[in-house]
Design a protein around this ligand. Structure first.
Ligand SMILES: [Zn+2]
Ligand SMILES: [Zn+2]
Length: 319
């Protein structure tokens, strides 16, 4: 039987989006409408405006070929030396979150924010832990309190500003500890520079969902079941396990990695590679792939969990 995180529906389509961004309703420079126009003209299919502790209602900006996903970014102090920032995304509305208003937060405390995250997740929000490296988080504190669907592994703005936007090591360590997390990639753009400036923080990291249709509901459904990949450039057209064979199909790349745990890495190097078929080593609890193009830009699949028992310890509160 074929195992994959991609939705198996013959009508499903790939949609490119930015799931983390800031408008002038918090500390960004552009209005939500200007941001929508910019991303639409750069070939994106959807955008989430996720202002700091403020819900910018963008539902009316959705149109036939461009979808606005709803959300905000929680900004909470975990302690004096690090922060917790969390993205909440949803399709239409979430109980208790008022449109175009500040979000009523318990307190600016990381510990208090954890029940808040569980609560919104239960109400239907998709919950992503943002930029763990920038926030100076340590993996054990997340292992103890894990209300998240995903970890942001590519944050283009913090990578530009401080070289702290790469969360891949944090993410893979959590996977190796037996915790289930999808990945996530986006711009976290604030647009203090012009959009066409070489210092623009837009159009660097993105998420491509495979969804049943273009609606915000279908995009959130795809994200919750891991039917997407994160990218800086390349495309992953398919990634699946059939029997003990692993299959990767991608846009032309120079390196394709199939990754499990310790010493379960396999690779294929060459020019214009678009496919890699290999066999499982046999010790993997999960398997995922990463592809890298000639410019050194990567795309990451989500993990396919092969050993549900190993990953059961990472189950979330009341799941
Ligand atoms: Zn943040
Ligand atoms: Zn942000």
């Amino acid at each position: 039987m074929k195992k994959t995180t991609f939705i198996q529906d013959e009508n499903a389509i790939f949609l490119k989006g930015n799931i983390h961004s800031h408008s002038c309703n918090s500390d960004g420079s552009l209005t939500p409408k200007e941001m929508k126009e910019a991303y639409k003209h750069h070939g994106y299919d959807f955008l989430a405006v996720t202002d700091h502790n403020f819900y910018s209602d963008t539902r009316k900006l959705s149109e036939y070929n461009f979808t606005m996903v709803q959300g905000f970014e929680l900004y909470a102090n975990a302690s004096n030396d690090h922060d917790i920032h969390v993205n909440f995304l949803w399709a239409d509305s979430i109980d208790g979150i008022k449109p175009n208003s500040k979000v009523a937060l318990p307190e600016r405390s990381g510990k208090v924010s954890i029940p808040f995250c569980y609560d919104l997740r239960k109400k239907g929000a998709y919950v992503m832990l943002n930029h763990p490296h920038w926030s100076k988080l340590k993996t054990p504190e997340i292992e103890d309190n894990n209300p998240y669907d995903a970890i942001e592994i590519i944050n283009y703005a913090t990578e530009w500003l401080e070289r702290t936007g790469d969360g891949t090591v944090f993410w893979t360590e959590m996977l190796h500890r037996g915790l289930k997390f999808w990945n996530g990639g986006d711009d976290d753009n604030h647009n203090h520079q012009d959009l066409d400036s070489m210092y623009s923080d837009s159009f660097g990291g993105f998420t491509v969902v495979k969804a049943r249709n273009r609606s915000a509901e279908a995009i959130i459904e795809a994200m919750k079941c891991g039917s997407f990949y994160t990218s800086e450039g390349p495309s992953i057209y398919d990634f699946y396990v059939e029997g003990n064979e692993v299959h990767v199909l991608c846009s032309p790349c120079e390196r394709i990695f199939v990754c499990g745990e310790f010493r379960c890495f396999q690779r294929k190097f060459g020019r214009h590679l678009t496919e890699y078929v290999t066999k499982l080593v046999g010790k993997e609890h999960m398997v995922r792939c990463e592809v890298m193009d000639a410019r050194g830009r990567s795309a990451w699949s989500n993990p396919i969990y092969l050993d549900e028992e190993y990953y059961s310890k990472g189950s979330k509160e009341n799941d």
